[in-house]
Ligand binder design. Structure first.
Ligand SMILES: *Cc1c(COP(=O)(O)O)cnc(C)c1O
Length: 351
């Protein structure tokens, strides 16, 4: 056997590109168009560099305390990781070890099947209906775990708390993970259900609503016992995933919630305007509750439109995948950025 025969071969997740194009309008990775809280700037200017000699606090205790206060939970119910992608990776590794398949939607965050392949976890796709809605009855079969984003990505569609409670009640022997990456853009968080259902784990990120994709911070919230197992796995892999600077920045951000709320409100307003205008142009626009819209036009090929936009320096996201190849996912930027895009689309459709 060669060393190549002994490899773990995986097909990695491909993140949206970070191209170096001057004056581009970057609407492809759901970053926040507005910068983080100014309190973050203050913290960075005051970083004591001598602190960098030392290993950071391995459990980010101060940040953990602040998050617990923010979410009305105990500190032991809060897990902190290096971006929610890492939190998700540890979540799959910790909770999804049964013999039955893990369930998630066929159209969803494309990292989920990658984790399953990496850890050799069996999974079954739950097919969304033609309007991209999940059917709660599809989550009533035996499984080793359930995961979906709410709002779902890349569709932007939101499920209500009744839907989530029905799944939790009917799957008491599995961990149900709700990935709330986009919950701050108009959805209702299921965090208050955590003390009611011990099988619920909620994941959130600092990358989108808090405008801090650059620091890499994600969190998991759940019952004390589940979270302690997540820490055990994390500490068997990397004790110090959150560096000292990130801990200080995140702390400043969580304490300035007003700033986050104001920026999210602006994005929601721009999103609703964008939906209206796209509909007027003939686009099919599912009702997104996230900081992006997922749209297609009956007369234009998705890939073609993606390329035409790119030529204009407007970068959006397109997947050459079954069921969604005609769709584009467009991040909500500033009003000005959306205006440029809408003007271009208007011109393009006239041709
Ligand atoms: C963006 C995103 C994440 C990852 O966020 P990071 O914290 O930046 O790793 C996780 N889940 C979904 C559904 C996302 O869209």
């Amino acid at each position: 056997m060669t060393w190549q025969d002994k490899l773990r071969k995986v097909e990695p997740y491909v993140a949206g590109e970070q191209p170096k194009i001057v004056n581009m309008i970057k609407l492809n990775t759901n970053e926040n168009p507005y910068g983080p809280s100014l309190k973050v700037k203050e913290v960075i200017s005051n970083i004591d560099i001598d602190k960098l000699r030392l290993y950071p606090n391995s459990d980010a205790v101060d940040l953990r305390k602040a998050l617990a206060d923010y979410y009305n939970l105990d500190e032991e119910q809060v897990f902190i990781g290096n971006g929610s992608d890492e939190v998700l990776a540890l979540t799959f590794l910790t909770f999804f070890n049964g013999k039955e398949p893990v369930l998630f939607p066929d159209i969803t965050y494309s990292f989920y099947p990658v984790y399953c392949d990496l850890y050799q976890i069996d999974y079954q796709l739950v097919k969304l209906d033609d309007n991209f809605k999940m059917n709660v009855n599809d989550f009533m079969r035996t499984n080793s775990g359930i995961i979906f984003p709410n709002p779902n990505a890349p569709t932007g569609l939101l499920e209500d708390l009744d839907f989530i409670e029905t799944i939790l009640k009917n799957n008491p022997d599995s961990i149900v993970v709700v990935d709330e990456a986009y919950i701050d853009f108009g959805g209702k968080s299921c965090v208050p259900l955590i003390n009611k259902y011990e099988n619920l784990v909620v994941i959130q990120t600092y990358s989108k609503s808090r405008s801090l994709a650059g620091i890499r911070l994600g969190i998991a919230l759940g019952n004390k016992e589940a979270i302690s197992h997540l820490y055990d796995v994390k500490n068997s892999f990397n004790s110090y995933p959150i560096d000292y600077i990130t801990q200080q920045i995140a702390l400043a951000s969580i304490l300035d919630d007003q700033d986050t709320k104001a920026k999210c409100a602006k994005i929601i307003k721009t999103r609703e305007m964008t939906k209206q205008r796209l509909k007027q142009l003939g686009f099919i626009v599912p009702d997104s509750y996230a900081n992006f819209v997922f749209v297609k036009h009956p007369d234009i090929d998705g890939q073609e439109l993606f390329k035409a936009l790119r030529k204009e320096g407007i970068i959006v996201r397109h997947w050459n995948k079954e069921r969604i190849a005609q769709y584009l996912r467009i991040t909500i930027g500033t009003d000005e950025q959306m205006e440029v895009m809408l003007q271009f689309l208007t011109k393009y459709l006239k041709k």
